[in-house]
Design a protein around this ligand. Structure first.
Ligand SMILES: Cc1ncc(C[n+]2csc(CCOP(=O)(O)OP(=O)(O)O)c2C)c(N)n1
Ligand SMILES: [Mg+2]
Length: 689
C-alpha cells in the first residue's frame, strides 16, 4: 500500500503534470509554445512509474506526463518540469530532442523518446524486452539491468493500429513458446481517440484475448492503480512474461489545445469525465486519510501552479534552434575514420581467407560468418534465415556456426522483425536483420523511416539504434515471382535523412561493403539498408558462359560509405549504374567496343557525388543506366547531383518502366534491357539526340 508520504508525492507528480498542460496552453496563447497535447485525466499513470524502477526502460504515450515526473522523482539531479516546458517551447537546450520535437525522454530516466506516430513504438518495446533476455543469455553487455521490465504505454484507439496489434501478437507468440519477454503494455484507456469512441469493453479484454495476463486498474484512483500496477510489474519481473495493464482514465480538456470537443461529445459526457478527475480523487483521499486538510490541498495546487508558471516564464525566451546545421547536427553521426578503423579491425580479425573466387551470395554468407565470429553481440534474424539458411541460401550454415541464440527465425511480420532490430540495437546488440523481399519492406518501412532513422535526431544523438537491414531485391529473375519477387522500388528509402543505402553488385564489394555497414552501425550507430540484387546472387559469368568473371575472392578491405567503383578509363562515354545495371553495362561496353568508363555507384544514399562528377567530367558524356523506375528511381538523383555540381556535358538515361513487374516473359517489356542500353550509348557517343 502507498504510504501517506508516497501518496503525497504521487499527488505532487499529478499536479505537476496538470499544470504543465495548463502552462503549455498559456505559452501557446502567447505565441511561445508549439505543443498542447496534454496528460489531463491520465495522471493516474504516475502510479505505473511508482510501481517500476527508474532503470526499467520506458517507451511512453504522449499523455504519460505524470509518469515522467514521478520517475524523475526517483532519480536525483533531474528537473522534469523544466524538461517538459523546454520541449513545449522547442528550446535548443531541451535535454532530449534539443528543440526538434516535444517528447518525453531522458537518458538518465531511461525514458526513450517516441515519435508522434501512434503505436509505432510497440515493436521496438518488444525488441527491447527480447534483447534484455538475449543479451544475458549471450553474456554480452546490455543497456538495461538483467531483471528489467520494459514498460510501453499507448492509447485505447492506438491499440487498434496494425503496428500495435502486430507487436502485441509477437509478444504473445514469444510467450506462447516460452521465450522470456518482460514487457508491461499499459493501455491508457480514456475511451476515445480524438473524436472516435472506443467500443465499451474493447480494451477490457484486449490482452486476455491474446492469451496474455491482463490487469485492470482505475487510473482515476491513484492508490488502487498503484496496487494493480505494482502487482503487474512484479508479475512481469518475476515471470519474464508479457502482461497487459488496462489503465482506465478520462480525457480532460479535449484532445489538444485546438480541439473543441463540444463538437462531438455531449456536455453530459464531458461533465462525467470531469467528475472522475484523478486529481480531485487524490486530493479527496489525502484529506480522508488525514494527511492534509482541504485548505492545505488547495494550497499545494496553487503552489504547483506558481512553480510551473515561473519556469514557463523563464523558458519562454529560451534560445531555439537557429540554423539548419544545428537542426541537422543529430541526424546521423558520421565518423568515417572510426568506421574505417572498425571495419579494418573486423576484417583483420578474420584471418586469411583462401583466395578462392566466390559468388555474391557466398561472399555475403562468408562475411556474415566472419562478422558473427568477430562480434559476440551480433545477431542475425529474419524469416527463414536460420534453419533453411535463407530463400537463396545467403544465411546457410550461420545457425550451426553461431548458435540459435544469435541466428534465428522470426515470425512472419516485417514490422516485428524491424522492431526487434530497433530494440536490439538500442539495448547494445548488433542486429543484422533480413527482409526476405524488397516488396515486403514497404508495409513496414515506417519502422525504418519513422523509428530507426529518427531516434538519433529526436534524442540529440543520446540514443541510437545501430542496425543493418539486409533486403533481397531488384528484378531480372527470368519471369519468376512476378512483381513481388522483382520489386525495384527504392524511392521510399532514398529520401530518408541519414539512412545509408548500400547496393553491392559484385562479390568482393559485397563483402567489403557489408563490413563497412556493420562497422558504421557499431561505431556511429548508423542505420544501414543493404540492398542485394537477387539476380546476381549466384551469377558466375559476365561476358561468356564459363568465363567466371562475376566471381571474386573476398579481400580483407573496406569501402568508405559514398564512394563509387570505376571500371575502365575510356574517354568516349561514362556509364553510371549500380546493381544489375553494372552487369549489363559492362557487357554492353565490351560489345560496343567503345572507350568507356563504367561507374558503379555502390551507395544509393548518400550518392557518391564527388566520384560521379569526376568521372562525368572525364568524358563529358554520361549515360545513366538505372534498373529502377523512371519516376522516383535512382537516375533522378544522379541527374540532379550532376546538375547541382554544374556538370554541363551531355546526359541521357535509360530506366525500367513506371510499372509493376508482371509474371513470366512479359517482365522483359517493362524492365531495362541491354539493347536499350546499347542504343542509348551509341546515340550519346554519335551525338544523336
Ligand atoms: C499512425 C497515426 N495515425 C494517426 C495519427 C493522428 N492521431 C494522433 S492522436 C490520435 C488518436 C489517438 O487516440 P488514443 O490512442 O486513444 O490516444 P489518446 O489521445 O486518446 O490518449 C490520432 C488519430 C497519428 N498520430 N499516428
Ligand atoms: Mg484514447
Amino acid at each position: 500500500m502507498l504510504t501517506d508520504t508516497r501518496l503525497l508525492e504521487l499527488y505532487d507528480s499529478q499536479l505537476g503534470s496538470r499544470h504543465l498542460d495548463l502552462a503549455a496552453r498559456e505559452l501557446r496563447a502567447e505565441g511561445a509554445g508549439f505543443y498542447t497535447i496534454g496528460s489531463a485525466g491520465h495522471e493516474g499513470n504516475a502510479a505505473v512509474a511508482a510501481a517500476l524502477r527508474p532503470t526499467d526502460p520506458a517507451l511512453l504515450h504522449y499523455r504519460s506526463g505524470a509518469f515522467y515526473l514521478e520517475r524523475a522523482r526517483q532519480v536525483p539531479g533531474t528537473d522534469p518540469l523544466r524538461d517538459v516546458l523546454l520541449g513545449v517551447v522547442a528550446a535548443a537546450s531541451e535535454p532530449i530532442a534539443g528543440g526538434r520535437h516535444k517528447v518525453f525522454g531522458h537518458p538518465k530516466l531511461n525514458v526513450i523518446p517516441q515519435t508522434s506516430t501512434i503505436a509505432s513504438h510497440l515493436p521496438r518495446a518488444v525488441g527491447v524486452a527480447l534483447a534484455v533476455e538475449r543479451a544475458a543469455k549471450l553474456g554480452v553487455e546490455c543497456a538495461w539491468p538483467r531483471d528489467s521490465v520494459v514498460v510501453c504505454s499507448f492509447g485505447d484507439a492506438s491499440a487498434n493500429h496494425s503496428t500495435a496489434v502486430g507487436a502485441l501478437n509477437t509478444a504473445a507468440y514469444c510467450a506462447h513458446q516460452g521465450l522470456p519477454l518482460p514487457v508491461l503494455f499499459v493501455c491508457e484507456d480514456n475511451g476515445i481517440g480524438i473524436s472516435v469512441r472506443t467500443p465499451s469493453g474493447w480494451i477490457a479484454s484486449y490482452g486476455s484475448r491474446l492469451g496474455m495476463r491482463q490487469f485492470t486498474a482505475d487510473g482515476c484512483d491513484v492508490a488502487s492503480a498503484y496496487e494493480v500496477a505494482a502487482e503487474a510489474a512484479e508479475w512481469v519481473r518475476a515471470t519474464r512474461r508479457p502482461a497487459f495493464l488496462h489503465l482506465r482514465t478520462v480525457r480532460l480538456m479535449g484532445h489538444a489545445g485546438s480541439d473543441a470537443e463540444v463538437a462531438y461529445r455531449s456536455r453530459a459526457e464531458i461533465a462525467a469525465d470531469e467528475e472522475r478527475d484523478p486529481l480531485t480523487a487524490t486530493a479527496r483521499l489525502l484529506v480522508a486519510r488525514g494527511v492534509v486538510t482541504e485548505d492545505e490541498v488547495a494550497a499545494l495546487a496553487e503552489a504547483k501552479r506558481e512553480e510551473v508558471r515561473a519556469i514557463a516564464r523563464e523558458v519562454a525566451s529560451a534560445a531555439r534552434l537557429e540554423t539548419a546545421r544545428a537542426v541537422m547536427a543529430s541526424l546521423a553521426p558520421s565518423r568515417p575514420a572510426a568506421v574505417a578503423g572498425e571495419a579494418v579491425a573486423a576484417a583483420r580479425a578474420t584471418g586469411a581467407r583462401p583466395a578462392e573466387p566466390v559468388t555474391l551470395a557466398q561472399a555475403i554468407n562468408q562475411t556474415l560468418a566472419d562478422l558473427l565470429d568477430h562480434y559476440p553481440e551480433m545477431v542475425v534474424f529474419g524469416e527463414d534465415v536460420a534453419r533453411k539458411g535463407g530463400v537463396y541460401g545467403v544465411t546457410r550454415g550461420l545457425l550451426r556456426r553461431a548458435g540459435a541464440g544469435r541466428v534465428f527465425d522470426t515470425l512472419l511480420d516485417e514490422q516485428s522483425i524491424l522492431g526487434l532490430a530497433l530494440g536490439a540495437g538500442l539495448s547494445g546488440l548488433l542486429p543484422v536483420a533480413e527482409i526476405q523481399y524488397l516488396a515486403y519492406l514497404h508495409n513496414a518501412v515506417d519502422q525504418i523511416r519513422g523509428e530507426a532513422a529518427t531516434l538519433s535526431f529526436f534524442s540529440s544523438g543520446q540514443y541510437r539504434n545501430p542496425m543493418v537491414v539486409r533486403v533481397a531485391g531488384y528484378a531480372y529473375q527470368k519471369g519468376f515471382g512476378g512483381h513481388f519477387h522483382n520489386d525495384n522500388a527504392v524511392a521510399s528509402l532514398r529520401d530518408i535523412p541519414g539512412l545509408v543505402v548500400a547496393t553491392p553488385s559484385r562479390p568482393d564489394d559485397a563483402a567489403a561493403m557489408l563490413r563497412t555497414c556493420v562497422a558504421a552501425a557499431r561505431a556511429d550507430g548508423r542505420v544501414c539498408v543493404f540492398l542485394e540484387p537477387i539476380a546476381l546472387y549466384h551469377t558466375r559469368d559476365l561476358h561468356e558462359e564459363g568465363d567466371g568473371e562475376w566471381l571474386a575472392p573476398i579481400a580483407a578491405k573496406h569501402v568508405p560509405i559514398g564512394r563509387a567503383r570505376v571500371y575502365g578509363s575510356g574517354d568516349q562515354l561514362t556509364i553510371v549504374t549500380f546493381g544489375n545495371g553494372l552487369h549489363m553495362s559492362l557487357r554492353v561496353a565490351r560489345r560496343l567496343g567503345l572507350r568507356c568508363r563504367v561507374v558503379d555507384l555502390r551507395w544509393l544514399s548518400p550518392l557518391p557525388a564527388d566520384d560521379l562528377l569526376r568521372e562525368a567530367t572525364a568524358t563529358g558524356k554520361v549515360l545513366v543506366v538505372d534498373e529502377t523506375r523512371r519516376s522516383g528511381g535512382v537516375s533522378e538523383g544522379v541527374l540532379a547531383a550532376l546538375a547541382d555540381a554544374g556538370f554541363d556535358g551531355r546526359v541521357a538515361r535509360v530506366t525500367s518502366k513506371d510499372s509493376f513487374v508482371p509474371l513470366g516473359d512479359a517482365a522483359a517489356h517493362v524492365l531495362l534491357t541491354e539493347d536499350e542500353i546499347e542504343a542509348a550509348a551509341l546515340d550519346l557517343v554519335r551525338g544523336r539526340p
